[in-house]
Design a protein. Structure first.
Length: 151
C-alpha cells in the first residue's frame, strides 16, 4: 500500500454539494508546480473540472509559484489537464450533461511520488439542505457531549 500525503482539501465542497461519486485522476504538472506542492502551497477553493472534448481539465486551481523558482516559474491558476481513462471520461460526459451535476476537486495529494486529484461528481445543495445539515451536526454534537457527561 502506497503512502498518501494530502496537500489540500476542498472543505467547502462538502458543505455546498451532495457528493454522488468520487474518482481518482492524475494531473499534468510542470516541475516548479510539483516543488511548490511538496511545500503544501495549493488551494482548491474556487476550482472545478470541466470536460473539454475528449479531455478533462482542472480550472481555477491555485498552485503558488515556487519560492526558489526563476523567470520560468509557472502561472498559478493555469488550466491543468487531468489524466483519466477514456471510458471514465465518456461516463463523465454523460453524467455532467445531466442537469445539476458538476465535477469538483475534493482533495489534492501525493500517492507515492505522483500527484493525484480526487474528483467528486456533485450536485448542488439548496440553502435549506445546508441548514438541515448544520442542525443535524449540532444535535449530534449535543448528544455526544451528554453521553460523555454521563460516562
Amino acid at each position: 500500500m502506497e503512502k498518501v500525503k494530502v496537500i489540500a482539501t476542498n472543505k467547502r465542497a462538502y458543505h455546498d454539494y451532495f457528493i454522488q461519486e468520487k474518482l481518482e485522476a492524475g494531473i499534468v504538472l510542470v516541475g516548479t508546480e510539483v516543488k511548490s506542492l511538496r511545500e503544501g502551497r495549493a488551494n482548491l477553493k474556487e476550482s472545478y473540472a470541466q470536460v473539454k472534448g475528449e479531455e478533462v481539465a482542472l480550472l481555477n486551481c491555485h498552485i503558488s509559484p515556487y519560492r526558489h523558482g526563476n523567470i520560468n516559474n509557472h502561472d498559478p491558476t493555469r488550466e491543468r489537464k487531468l489524466l483519466l481513462h477514456r471510458r471514465e471520461i465518456k461516463r463523465l460526459i454523460g453524467k455532467t450533461e445531466q442537469r445539476g451535476f458538476t465535477l469538483v476537486p475534493l482533495r489534492l495529494y501525493f500517492k507515492g511520488p505522483v500527484v493525484k486529484v480526487e474528483l467528486g461528481l456533485v450536485k448542488g445543495k439548496k440553502l435549506y439542505d445546508k441548514r438541515k445539515e448544520l442542525k443535524e451536526k449540532a444535535i449530534e454534537r449535543e448528544v455526544q457531549a451528554a453521553l460523555k457527561k454521563y460516562r
